[in-house]
Design a protein around this ligand. Sequence first.
Ligand SMILES: C[S@@+](CC[C@H](N)C(=O)[O-])C[C@H]1O[C@@H](n2cnc3c(N)ncnc32)[C@H](O)[C@@H]1O
Length: 275
Amino acid sequence: MGTTGSYDVSRIGASVDAEIDRLGGQVELFWAKESQRYAGYGLTAGLTVVELGCGPGYLLEKLATAFPGLNLHGLELDPLLVERASRYLSEQGLDVSVRQGSILDTGYAEATFDFAVIRLVLEHLPEPMTAIREVYRILRPGGRAVFVDNDFEMHLMSFPPIPELREVYDAYCRSREDEGGNPRIGRELPVLLAAGGFVDVDYDVISAHSALLGDDLFARSEGVGIPSRLVQDGYLSSRTLGLVSSRWRDLLRSDGHALIRQLHLGTGRRPAADR
Ligand SMILES: C[S@@+](CC[C@H](N)C(=O)[O-])C[C@H]1O[C@@H](n2cnc3c(N)ncnc32)[C@H](O)[C@@H]1O
């Protein structure tokens, strides 16, 4: 797939299947906290909802299951992922339509949705404001959008600390930036949403802790696929990756160890009087 940003499921990790599994891990890692935020922001039965950049459909499955009675839609740029999401959701017996298209120009009519989720997409786009304005356009007046992104300065902490992880994330940032993305966009979300005309803007950081969720989910969500690709592409030395892998293994054997990961949420509403 030719990408228009810094995410290509066929290139970012070790294989398409490994990357899709990693995305599934990331949904599991944050779902308990994330679902509380969606409910707090007004997600409830009867609403017409879209996830833009829905990938393989794991978040759509969670939304459909936890919030029954939604009229739920997915939009995804990559035809491979449209196919994977459609198949996965129908295998789960869920009535969610997924179609191919770009968040930059969705093709949806103005004021179609009550609620929109854009998760781990904005950080990969060279033109995030174009996406924000398009989300605003397709929300009905009074409707709400939730943008969920990383900020790789505030991404993963560990105990005992693994200092070389900083080198991995710096390499990741250089790689994504070279492709047009902004892997530190998390901190910018409230300012970008206000600039896009959203009101009632709010911002939050949610955290996942290995003592509560188990180590395996963190390994699944981080994985070695992306760091190995950074080595292949010349952004990271194999020595650093080897060191991080061995320190990660030591950490898992140490008493009282901790892995903590964070996600940044920005949300706002299209003004009710905006017509
Ligand atoms: C990191 S994945 C996140 C997938 C899903 N939202 C999740 O949280 O698991 C980013 C997704 O955004 C999609 N994407 C990238 N650019 C897009 C665009 N312009 N329009 C729609 N989707 C896009 C990618 O193909 C990919 O599926």
